[in-house]
Design a binder for this molecule. Structure first.
Ligand SMILES: Nc1ncnc2c1ncn2[C@@H]1O[C@H](COP(=O)(O)OP(=O)(O)OP(=O)(O)O)[C@@H](O)[C@H]1O
Length: 283
């Protein structure tokens, strides 16, 4: 496996008033890896995803994508007094970088959400096509007056091909919400793939799935990783899925990473057993 660095999270702290949701987090993900982020409820996993994808500007720290700094912030003004994390000084002389989620998507980072967020009143096909429009190269004028027919045709063709690859062609005209739960999850992942990401963030993709659906999802994630040459970063509570699919795992507890390693190493790490697994078997 190549060791080209795709994502580097450096000293990220996210503070909401008195709550430090993510506390000086450092992690690195290399090209082609599937890396999982686990930890008890409220450990700060979704907040970390929200910082990486531009939903929140961090209170402090920086994020690099393929070697380029894409996010950076440090406590300023009144926040300086309130800030309770570490290392603010190292960023103070640098400018703030806080791209919006759509800009992050255009860079090549896509995500899914803990609660499925499909366009409910749109068909399966239109859910994919709308996501494709995020990458549109035409300007507002051509987009408004549909003058760029060639680009639209290409997007439609790519959407059809994507539906075929993920096995949803037979339901292309159905409303997204009429699909069974497992297929809605698959559509949500397909919609993220429509933006042609290199890094895919999945927030609890197996939430609410039965064992059979979870097994199918495990195979699906592995399949799309290979087919689309993806790097995958995943939050998941289903330990069987995490242990089966991850190359490496990071464990968060109270916003702080307490362990990193292969599934085998994590399984046997006493800190993890104490903080999270509680010595119990897989879910
Ligand atoms: N917008 C916000 N404002 C204030 N506090 C927040 C906000 N978002 C998250 N938090 C707090 O930050 C902490 C971490 O929450 P987060 O949702 O990131 O945890 P999590 O590890 O994803 O949990 P779960 O596994 O239950 O989804 C919690 O104490 C939460 O209440």
């Amino acid at each position: 496996m190549s060791t080209e660095n795709v994502l580097k999270v450096e000293n990220i702290t996210m503070q909401f008033g008195g709550v430090i949701a993510v506390d000086n987090m450092n992690l690195e993900i290399n090209k082609g890896e599937i890396v999982s982020l686990i930890g008890p409820n409220g450990a700060g996993k979704t907040t970390a995803f929200n910082v990486i994808t531009g939903v929140y500007a961090p209170s402090n720290g920086a994020i690099y994508y393929k070697g380029n700094k894409i996010v950076q912030n440090h406590p300023q003004g009144k926040m300086k007094k309130l800030y309770r994390g570490e290392n603010p000084a190292m960023y103070e002389s640098h400018r703030v970088l806080a791209p919006t989620p759509d800009k992050i998507t255009c860079l090549g980072i896509a995500r899914t959400f803990q609660n499925i967020r499909l366009f409910k009143s749109q068909t399966v096909f239109d859910n994919i096509l709308i996501a494709k429009h995020m990458l549109r190269t035409s300007n507002v004028f051509t987009a408004t007056f549909h003058l760029n027919g060639k680009e639209e045709a290409r997007m439609r063709e790519e959407s059809e091909r994507l539906l075929e690859i993920v096995g949803l062609t037979d339901v292309r005209n159905e409303l997204a919400t009429s699909l069974p739960y497992g297929k809605q999850r698959r559509l949500e992942i397909a919609r993220a793939l429509a933006t042609k990401p290199e890094l895919l963030l999945l927030d609890e993709p197996a939430a609410g799935m039965n064992p059979q659906e979870t097994l199918e999802l495990t195979e699906f994630i592995d399949e799309i990783r290979k087919k689309f040459d993806l790097t995958v970063f995943m939050i998941e509570h289903h330990m069987d899925l995490v242990m089966e699919i991850s190359d490496r795992i990071y464990v968060l507890d109270f916003g702080k990473p307490i362990a990193e390693g292969t599934p085998e190493e994590i399984r046997n790490n006493p800190k993890v057993i104490e903080a999270y697994l509680g010595g119990a078997d897989d879910e």
